[in-house]
Design a protein around this ligand. Sequence first.
Ligand code: SAH
Ligand code: SF4
Ligand code: F3S
Length: 452
Amino acid sequence: MSDQAKTPAPTPATKKLFIKTYGCQMNVYDSQRMAEAMGAEGYVLTEDQSDADMVLLNTCHIREKAAEKLYSDLGRLKPLKAEKPDLKIGVAGCVAQAEGEEIIRRMPLVDLVVGPQTYHRLPAMVRGEAPAIITDFPEEDKFDHLPQRRATRRAPAAFLTVQEGCDKFCAFCVVPYTRGAEVSRPVDRILREARDLVERGVREITLLGQNVNGWHGEGPSTQGQGGEWGFGRLIRALGEIEGLDRIRYTTSHPNDMADDLITAHRDVPQLMPYLHLPVQSGSDRILKAMNRKHTADQYLRLIDRIREARPDIMLTSDFIVGFPGESDQDHADTLRLIEQVNFGTAFSFKYSPRPGTPAYEKPEVDSAVADARLQELQALLSRQQKAAQIGMVGRSLGVLFEKPGREAGQMVGKSDYLHSVFVEAPDAQIGDLVQVRIVESAPNSLRGELIG
Ligand code: SAH
Ligand code: SF4
Ligand code: F3S
């Protein structure tokens, strides 16, 4: 080495990208992939919107309020764009898919509109080498055109999209229109991405899909593993990856809970005892009108079989109240189903009519009635949630540390059941998976003590 001072090579000018993500975990995953794709173009992420060279809003169309948020956020960007005319503003995600060029018509400050199946073309769009609006459903697989997920060390828990789109056409839902038809990613790509994540420090993977348990694929033709794989088989294969300690998946549909997946909950120790299985309603009449294609009783019997396979499993769900035609009796049926199942937690929403969906034209339930039902349902669910949390006290659970806690020497991570757990652990590192005894339940978290 020479002791002469060298002029450092000029670093390529980095540009700053600010991404705001709305909606579901699939959008969180997509935002990470878009950040990686733009990283290859010299963009680094910033947390400060006012400092950005590009602002990307990754949007959700599921309920009216979610879509309206985009337009109010775009309105707030006007002064920044006036101050920095070179600022690029992009809209991605499900509103981009649903509204396309209408977004630029309504908000001319938007430069780019890209749908959830075409964001691998974002770098070319930013360079001006592709159209400013791309919202088709291409033949090619976007994942084949995105940079490999190598290089940097990652947080200990990661998302991995394995399935996209939906063919179920529930009467209230925009997803089949915004995300397109059901597509499963091939086995080898999923296993490769999972191994890459593990090599970079990931210990927990949540498999994502709008109907994740509808995933299916062709097994590798080696070692007699070929043939059609269902989602349970995929989980078993992931369970063989050394260093992958926890597996989760979301969101699943009751009609796709195959036997092999149910028994995977018994057989695969890395598969966490937690299942989000949306039912939406407990009334057969409403389930039929929603086009869910199962009855309340079929759901209850499915839950019995899942609990037989994995008695300590925690169940969570989504509910919609005030779906067109919902009567007091229908609502009472939903409350009864909630009592029967006893959920660990659940998301509940007031029905929001979405243009283009079959339920859109149907007469709505009186808004005040729907509000009152939502309150009643949420009160019941939060009682169950509280009881589930208190039931954790005294139990010994795994916790994967994700960040330092509020106090010195404290770490916080997720339990097997996805509760946030605060633990006094001065010698621990982020990414440690420890056993703790739960000693206290606070409103939105638990406190645990290290065992051993
Ligand atoms: N694929 C998942 C759900 C995706 S959307 C499933 O089948 O369960 C997430 C949740 O948003 C849904 O479960 C539903 O409860 C809610 N949702 C969807 N469309 C809605 C609408 N139009 N109004 C209110 N809630 C809605
Ligand atoms: Fe929407 Fe139903 Fe598909 Fe879920 S299963 S994404 S609720 S259409
Ligand atoms: Fe929203 Fe699209 Fe997800 S509509 S919930 S971001 S699939």
